[in-house]
Write a protein that binds this ligand. Sequence first.
Ligand code: FES
Length: 229
Amino acid sequence: MAEGEWQILEIGLADGSLQLTVSALPQITPFPGQYFLAFAPGRDEPIATPLFLAANDQNVWRMNGFIPPAWQPGTRLRWRGPLGRGFHLPPAARRVALAMCKESTGSLLPLVSLALRQNAAVVWCSDHLPGHLPASVEGLPLEAVAEVWTWADYLVLECELKELPRLAAALGWDGNRRPGCPTEILLHTPLTCGGIADCGVCAVRMKRGWKLACKDGPVFDLEQLEFPQ
Ligand code: FES
């Protein structure tokens, strides 16, 4: 885990949500699903904001999250990260599916690039397809995810914790059925302290006790989650 300072270069809209552009950190390679916690020093911000890498090139990173309205281009941010556990795309996966409730935060887009790079066929299931999906990715509605689950050899899910029952219903998952392929889920919960204060606000119920999304997640094996939350 590292820490440092960014200056916001740009703030723009990406598929309906705000996206920050900051300078790239060439020495850091976050796994998709890991996050950075950032705050603007000297401002009255009650909690730090989790930011997820949505796209990057050599010079800049585009970060998604629930951006505080007071943040503007030029705002200086203190950050630490990458934090938590991210996705682990199996190198042998050749049929990769991604599914989410509502719009994506963009946190799954780096996985799409990784999957395409290893010549996997990629299917994206959601009610709102992002406008910037590569043309080679097949877009399907969320209700197709149960069928897609039998096709995929790696399935990635994303939702807010409170939306898990809806996503589980679309999937036909009752908490007991064993996934037919490795299935990981990015669960969005408040990540208030990032594990520093053990505040417990991010607790997620697993089959074997509780885990903290900030440290043990926010990406979990679906099979280990207790359902319903
Ligand atoms: S956010 Fe405080 S323990 Fe997880």
